[in-house]
Design a protein around this ligand. Structure first.
Ligand code: ADP
Ligand code: MG
Length: 698
C-alpha cells in the first residue's frame, strides 16, 4: 500500500515536477515569474506548456482548461482537448505556450455587472503561475485570472492578486524603516476552516427546498437537536469517517494540506481545516475543497451542504479565515518577537490591523454579505454583524499602558513612555480563546470569523489586505518623513490606540448588551443584511482607498455592488417561489388529506358508537383547518410581495424590498407550516422532518 507521502500532490504540476521536467534555464525563468512576478518569455511558456502537457498526458489527461473564479462565487472551466489532427489521419497531443498563457472563453453568460458590453462578449483568462496547475478527472486545470478586453477584472482572483501586491509593497516600506534590507516580498497567508453538513442523498432528494435553494425553508425543531452538546468533537460515525478518509485522499492528491477534521456543534455538522498557505493558493484550494467535498459525498450516497443556514434553529456553517502576514524568509509579522525592538515592529503591524478593521468595518461586512450568511450573522452561534477585535488580556494591557503612558503591569514592569527600546517584551497569549469575537487575535494571526461556509475567501482577503495596506501606507508616509523615528513611532502607536480602541472588545460578542454598547456608545456599524451594507461599497472613503491602491477601478466596484445585490435578490426570490410551490403542491394538500381522514374516522367512530365524543379528532381538525387557512393567506401575501418587486426602480430599491417585504413574509408563512407539521401524523407529512434529516447519516 502506498503511503500519503507517495501520492501527496501527485496530481499537481508543482515545484518537484517542474524541476524534474524543465531544463535548468526554463526552470529558473519560471521560478523568477512565480517568486518575483517577472514577465514570462514566450519561448519559456512554450517549454513549460510542453512539459505540462507531457506530464498531464502521462497521468491520463486528455483535456485542458483555464480554471477561473467568476463573480458567481464558484469556479468555471471550459475544456479543450489536446488533440491536433495530423495529415496522416492520426492525432497528436499539443499544447502551446500561447494556450497556457491566455484563453478566450465565451464569457457572455458570466455576470459582469455591465463591465462587458455585449459587442465584446469575450473576456480572456490569463495564467496565474503562482498557483500550480493540477489534474482533475481527465483535465489539466490551469489557474487563471479572468478579465474583459477593456482590462476590467471579471473575477475574484485579479483583485486578490492586486491586494496581495499592494500589501507587500507597503509592508516592505515599513520593514525598511526597521532596518530590514533583505526581505523581497511580504506575503499574506490564510488557513480557512471550512464547516459543512452531511446528509443522505435520499433525504436531500425528498426536499425540494434543499434541492432548489440549498437550505430548508420549512421544518419544525426536532425533539433532539444540539442541546446535549454531544456532537462537537464527538466520535465520528462510520459513514462520515469513510467520507472523510476519501475526501482527504482526493485533497492530498491535489496538494491540498487537509489537516484536521472533527464534528461540529450541530448534529450532522463537521469541519475541515487545512494547513495555511499563501492567500491566492489558499483561495484556489478552498474552492477546490468545496467542489471535491460535494463530489466525494455523492460517491458515498451523501450530500454535502455548504449553505450557511441549512436548518433554522440549528447552528449554521461558517468559515474561519485565519490570516497572517510574513516576509519571504518566513518571519511572521504578527508574531511578538524576542526583543523590544522586534516587539515595536510587531506592535506597529498590530496597530495597522486595528486601524484597518476600524476604518473599514463596512468593507469587511460587505466582503461576507450574502443572503445565506445574513441568516447566520447575529444569530446566537455566529459572530454578530457588528465587527470588533479581540486581543486578549495581556496584549490589551500593553496597549492600555502605551496609551496612558503608565507602567505596563505585565510580567515586567516597564515604563512605556520613552522610545522604542522600552516597548515591552511579552508572551504570546494563546490560552484565552474568545469564540464569540468576529475578529480575534490568536497569538500570531487574526481569525476573521464572519465568513459564510459557501463564501469564496477571496473577497474577505481582498478587503483585509487592502485595508491593512492602506494603514501601512499612511504609517510609512509619516515615518519616512520623521526626524526622530523612535518617538514618531511611539506617538503613532499611541494615536492609533486612542483613535481606534473603540473597535477592541474582549467580552462576549453574543451578548445583546454588547450590540447596544457597540452601536450606541461606540458608534460601530451594524449592517444586519446584505441590502443594508452592499450600497456602502461605493462610499467615498471606500472608493478612494480601493482605487487609490489600485485594487479596483470605480467601474469594477460598481459592477460588483450590482452583481452582489442581484445575487441577493435572485436567491431570495428563488426561495420565496420554492416556498409558495411547496405550500400549494405539498403542504396544504397533505394537511387537508390528514384532516379529512381524521373527520372520516371520527364520523365512523360515531356511527359505530354514537355516544363517543371524538374530542381529539374534532380539536385537531379545527386546529389544522385554521392553520391551513392561515397558510393560504400568508402564501398569498408572499406572492404579492414577490410581484411587488417589479415596481422597484433599481437593484438597490429591489434589495430593500426583499429585506422589508419578501423575507418577513417568508418567515410569517413558515410559522403556521411548522406548527402544522407538529400536529400532522408522520405518514402524511410530505417530506422528511429535521429529525429524519439531521440524524440520517449512520
Ligand atoms: P483552531 O482555531 O481550530 O483552534 P488553529 O488555530 O490551530 O486551530 O488553526 C486553525 C487554522 O489556522 C489552520 O488552518 C492553520 O493552518 C491556520 N494557521 C495557523 N497559523 C497560521 C498563520 N500564521 N497564518 C495563517 N493561518 C494560520
Ligand atoms: Mg479556529
Amino acid at each position: 500500500m502506498s503511503t500519503v507521502s507517495d501520492y501527496f500532490g501527485s496530481q499537481v504540476f508543482d515545484d518537484r515536477v517542474m524541476r524534474a521536467t524543465l531544463s535548468a534555464d526554463v526552470y529558473a525563468s519560471l521560478r523568477k515569474t512565480i517568486d518575483e512576478g517577472k514577465e514570462l518569455d514566450i519561448s519559456v511558456a512554450n517549454a513549460v506548456a510542453e512539459a505540462m502537457k507531457n506530464w498531464a498526458v502521462s497521468k491520463g489527461a486528455t483535456h485542458f482548461t483555464h480554471w477561473f473564479q467568476p463573480l458567481t462565487g464558484i469556479t468555471a472551466e471550459k475544456h479543450d482537448s489536446f488533440i491536433t489532427p495530423s495529415p496522416d489521419g492520426s492525432v497528436i497531443m499539443e499544447f502551446s505556450g500561447k494556450e497556457l498563457i491566455k484563453g478566450e472563453p465565451d464569457a457572455s453568460s458570466f455576470p459582469s455587472g455591465g463591465l462587458r458590453a455585449t459587442f465584446e462578449a469575450r473576456g480572456y483568462t490569463a495564467w496565474d503561475p503562482t498557483s500550480y496547475a493540477f489534474i482533475k478527472g481527465k483535465t489539466l486545470c490551469i489557474p487563471t485570472a479572468f478579465c474583459s478586453y477593456g482590462g476590467h477584472a471579471l473575477d475574484k482572483k485579479t483583485p486578490l492578486l492586486r491586494s496581495m501586491e499592494v500589501l507587500s509593497r507597503q509592508a516592505l516600506r515599513i520593514l525598511r524603516l526597521f532596518g530590514n534590507d533583505t526581505a523581497k516580498r511580504v506575503v499574506s497567508s490564510v488557513g480557512p476552516e471550512q464547516e459543512y453538513f452531511l446528509i443522505t442523498k435520499e433525504m436531500y432528494d425528498a426536499r425540494p427546498d434543499l434541492r432548489f435553494t440549498g437550505r430548508t425553508l420549512f421544518g419544525a425543531k426536532p425533539p433532539k437537536g444540539q442541546e446535549l452538546d454531544d456532537h462537537y468533537f464527538g466520535v465520528i460515525k462510520p459513514g462520515v469517517a469513510a467520507f472523510m478518509e476519501d475526501l482527504n485522499n482526493e485533497l492530498w492528491k491535489l496538494g491540498i494540506l487537509a489537516k484536521t477534521e472533527h464534528n461540529e456543534v450541530a448534529p450532522a455538522q463537521h469541519e475541515l481545516a487545512p494547513i495555511y498557505t499563501t492567500t491566492n493558493v489558499a483561495t484556489d484550494h478552498n474552492q477546490l475543497t468545496m467542489e471535491i467535498m460535494q463530489k466525494v459525498a455523492a460517491k458515498h450516497g451523501l450530500v454535502c451542504l455548504l449553505h450557511e443556514k441549512p436548518f433554522a434553529g440549528v447552528n449554521g456553517s461558517g468559515k474561519h479565515n485565519n490570516w497572517s502576514i510574513a516576509t519571504d524568509s518566513g518571519q511572521n509579522l504578527l508574531s511578538p518577537g524576542d526583543t523590544p525592538y522586534e516587539n515595536a515592529q510587531f506592535l506597529l503591524f498590530l496597530c495597522a490591523v486595528i486601524k484597518a478593521v476600524d476604518d473599514y468595518q463596512d468593507l469587511l461586512r460587505i466582503s461576507v454579505a450574502t443572503a445565506g450568511n445574513d441568516h447566520r450573522l447575529g444569530a446566537n452561534e455566529a459572530p454578530p454583524a457588528v465587527i470588533s477585535i479581540f486581543l486578549g488580556d495581556e496584549l490589551n494591557a500593553v496597549l492600555e499602558a502605551i496609551e496612558t503612558d503608565t507602567p505596563y503591569q505585565g510580567s515586567q514592569k516597564l515604563q512605556m513612555k520613552l522610545g522604542v527600546d522600552v516597548l515591552p517584551k511579552f508572551n504570546r497569549d494563546t490560552t484565552d480563546r474568545n469564540r464569540t469575537s468576529p475578529f480575534a487575535f490568536t497569538g500570531n494571526k487574526f481569525e476573521f470569523r464572519m465568513l459564510g461556509s459557501s463564501n469564496s475567501i477571496a473577497c474577505a482577503n481582498i478587503m483585509l489586505n487592502s485595508a491593512v495596506a492602506e494603514s501601512l501606507r499612511i504609517y510609512a508616509d509619516r515615518l519616512e518623513q520623521a526626524g526622530d523615528f523612535e518617538s514618531e513611532l511611539h506617538e503613532m502607536i499611541k494615536e492609533t490606540i486612542r483613535e481606534h480602541k473603540r473597535i477592541i472588545f474582549n467580552g462576549n460578542g453574543y451578548d445583546d448588551a454588547w450590540i447596544e454598547e457597540a452601536t450606541e456608545a461606540r458608534g460601530l456599524l451594524n449592517y444586519r443584511t446584505t441590502a443594508d451594507c452592499m450600497p456602502h461599497l461605493l462610499d467615498k472613503k471606500n472608493v478612494t482607498m480601493l482605487t487609490g491602491l489600485g485594487v479596483f477601478t470605480i467601474d469594477e466596484l460598481r459592477s460588483r455592488r450590482d452583481i452582489m445585490l442581484e445575487n441577493y435578490c435572485k436567491s431570495v426570490v428563488i426561495e420565496a417561489n420554492t416556498m409558495i410551490n411547496m405550500v400549494h403542491k405539498r403542504i396544504a394538500p397533505a394537511i387537508t388529506r390528514f384532516t379529512s381522514d381524521l373527520a372520516k374516522q371520527a364520523s365512523e367512530k360515531r356511527s359505530f358508537a354514537p355516544d363517543v365524543t371524538c374530542g381529539y379528532e374534532t380539536e385537531l381538525v379545527r386546529k389544522l383547518s385554521a392553520l391551513t387557512d392561515c397558510i393560504a393567506e400568508k402564501a398569498g401575501e408572499l406572492e404579492k410581495a414577490v410581484i411587488g418587486l417589479q415596481d422597484a426602480e433599481d437593484i438597490i430599491a429591489e434589495s430593500a424590498l426583499i429585506r422589508d417585504t419578501v423575507l418577513p413574509r417568508m418567515s410569517e408563512l413558515r410559522i403556521p407550516c411548522d406548527r402544522a407539521e407538529l400536529l400532522t401524523a408522520k405518514s402524511y407529512w410530505p417530506f422528511p422532518t429535521y429529525g429524519d434529516i439531521l440524524f440520517s447519516v449512520k
